[in-house]
Write a protein that binds this ligand. Structure first.
Ligand code: E4P
Length: 218
């Protein structure tokens, strides 16, 4: 399973990248706004800065919601760097735009996916990635991981090439559940990635190894 980091914060992207296991980055307009990045030109510079840190796919989301606007914006975003993946919302014009991008060799991430039906349309349009939002479904007492499982099963059954990119991951436990569900990618906050490392037996075991070493080496 691939790991993406879900942030536009350059320090966090660098820190995750230094672990050596980072496969890419996802951003969205809210994450860009959180970093105080304003205006088209600054957004573009920021996407390029991210692409220069990480050797992997970087999702950059369109702001337009109409077909022509998405095509123009997505084409410009894709031209910024070969690793840019154009993130497009799962609405009718978005599905049309994904089909256009697919036919024109531009890779896409179909975002804001909350049902298997939406995931089916994204795959039929040729999306590179589909992003089911796990945490936001859990927030409304639905089951985000169950949606990931359903999409993975559907894509395998029909042989779709679209990769299931579990998004809106809120915890380390979500990552473990995504592995079990067969997601191709999980995009996660840095804290959830670091949480994978934590185990009390690792800490106590290492302390004992070092203590025993010092006993005979001091
Ligand atoms: C990433 O692709 C999504 O935009 C992001 O994971 C959404 O996460 P949130 O639900 O925590 O805002």
């Amino acid at each position: 399973m691939k790991f993406f980091i879900d942030t536009a914060n350059l320090d966090q992207i660098r820190e995750a990248n230094e672990l050596g296991v980072l496969d890419g980055v996802t951003t969205n307009p809210s994450l860009m706004a959180k970093e105080g990045i304003r205006g088209e030109e600054n957004c573009r510079k920021h996407y390029i800065a991210i692409c220069e840190i990480v050797k992997g796919d970087v999702s950059a989301e369109v702001i337009s919601t109409d077909y022509e606007g998405m095509i123009k914006e997505g084409t410009e975003l894709a031209a910024l760097h070969p690793n840019i993946v154009v993130k497009v919302p799962c609405i009718a014009d978005g599905i049309r735009a994904i089909k256009y991008f697919t036919d024109n060799g531009i890779r896409t991430n179909c975002t804001l996916v909350f049902s298997p039906g939406q995931a089916l349309l994204a795959a039929k349009a040729g999306a590179t990635y589909v992003s089911p939002f796990v945490g936001r479904l859990d927030d409304i007492a639905s089951d985000g991981i169950e949606l990931v499982e359903k999409i993975v099963d559907m894509y395998r059954y029909y042989g779709f090439q679209t990769q299931v990119l579990a998004a809106s991951i809120r915890s380390t436990q979500h990552i473990i559940q995504c592995i079990q569900a067969g997601a191709d990618v999980a995009t996660c906050p840095l804290s959830a990635i670091k949480g994978l490392l934590k185990h009390p037996l690792t800490d106590s075991g290492l302390a004992k190894f070092l203590e025993d070493y010092r006993k005979v080496n001091s």
